[in-house]
Design a protein around this ligand. Sequence first.
Ligand code: VG1
Ligand code: CO
Length: 540
Amino acid sequence: MTEIKTTPFDDQKPGTSGLRKKVGIFQTANYLENFVQAIFDTVPDLNGGLLILGGDGRYHNDVAIQTILRIAAANGVARVMVGHGGILSTPAASNMIRQYEAVGGIVLSASHNPAGPDGDFGIKFNVANGGPASTAVTDAIFERTKMIDHYRTAEGSVDLDVIGDSAIGDMQVTVFDPVADHADLMERLFDFDAIREMIASDLSLCFDAMHAVTGPYATEVFVNRLGVDPDGMMNVQPLPDFGGGHPDPNPVYAKTLFARMFADDAPDFGAASDGDGDRYIVLGRGIYVSPSDSLAVITANAHLAPAYKNGISGVARSMPTSRATDVVAKAMDVDCFETPTGWKYFGNLLDAGRITICGEESAGTSSDHVREKDGLWAVLMWLNILTVRRQSVMDILRDHWGIYGRHYYSRHDYEEVAKDKAEAVMATLRDQLADLPGRQFGSEVISDADSFTYHDPIDGSVAENQGLRVMFESGSRFVMRLSGTGTAGATLRLYLEAYEPKDGVHDADLAERLAPIAAIADEITNLKQIVMRDGPSLVS
Ligand code: VG1
Ligand code: CO
């Protein structure tokens, strides 16, 4: 064991989902080392314990894993379990931590952000429940990075391509195949026999893994266990640069899948996942299911899947996620919690058994089977629902809107704008919040406006400044917040939502239906003028 002198970096504060920076920053001498040592300093239980380690396979993954293994050995970790080839999806990591009772896990991912030498890299620490560390823990790690003056490291490395046991110093290293455990878990939750039968008889399916981590997991589940024709599987080979693509499953970046699902000979069902396998999208023939709607449909239908047949204890959604799920929860008479953006805020509710299902507008949905969002889980949940209802995706959505009404929903991202400009937009809105209620814009009257504060009902912690909300009497809403996952400039997110009651018009054009709310948001915040853009750079 050697102690290496180092000096702090001042920018190691984790964001919504870990520390994310350009690859070049992570390649700076001691940058990764400092952050990893700060984790070990903050979580002393890792000494003598089991650590789960892996990443989404992006560029620099393998190098970073060897560095972390050496630091782990020097900090007294008893055993590390690493995904084969250093690859581990985020939901599989969460499952491994729980299944093998690890003290925690380190997941290397920048999720949907592009990869490669000029792309992004990220590191996230998950705790013993399998979920992302709470803000209290990430704040403590950040404090530690500001005063770090040395890190510990050992000699050695491990061949990540060979499954089996080896060692670095006294630390045992096990390279394992993570795919089977996750597939087994899915098989315990869903009715694979019924899904296999439906796929064999009357459901055509295609799945796009976007050259990211989900490929092997999806192949095992869909092809090997459910009999899907391999022709339906797209981009299943994980690549360090994601094939030059952008593994963010949305209408813009999953263009090929969208084209396929909107073609005349489209399959019945389409889905995709993101860089680290925690997000998903679902499409039917000629229809894209908005992630907020997907959460609501899953909430209303989860009891159709074996593991959820006794109902759900409650549900939670992140604040900017549409309120479609709230309407379902009310009808089912279960609690619906509204949490800040980021999966870490669901952990306490899941651990306490207050919720069974939770999700975000950004295409993450999951349940209490792990403590991360789980893309494949959500896709399988849809398939399980289809086996029972025997309807098209489009008919399921139409039925849903006919019962609960429709929340037209869209997110407008203004990416890579100057930080001061993005902050000026937020300040413009924040300064008006108190005066907005009662004001009329066209046919819309504002009922409420605030800055979202979350009071965790389990541990009493408070999270302030989690986004600005403007609510209308019609049930419509817009929300504005700054992204906490970007690596260049600031990304301003504008979330638009318009409510149409159950007997209203459910097949209007999405952009047209939301245009009045977008115009009001722009008028109040002066957004386009301040950031000097004609419109968003990404609509999802
Ligand atoms: C985004 C999403 C958020 C998600 C987070 C991590 O955060 O909005 O819902 O939890 O990414 O997802 P932000 O702060 O940029 O809005 V992932 O798939 O990158 O682990
Ligand atoms: Co992700």
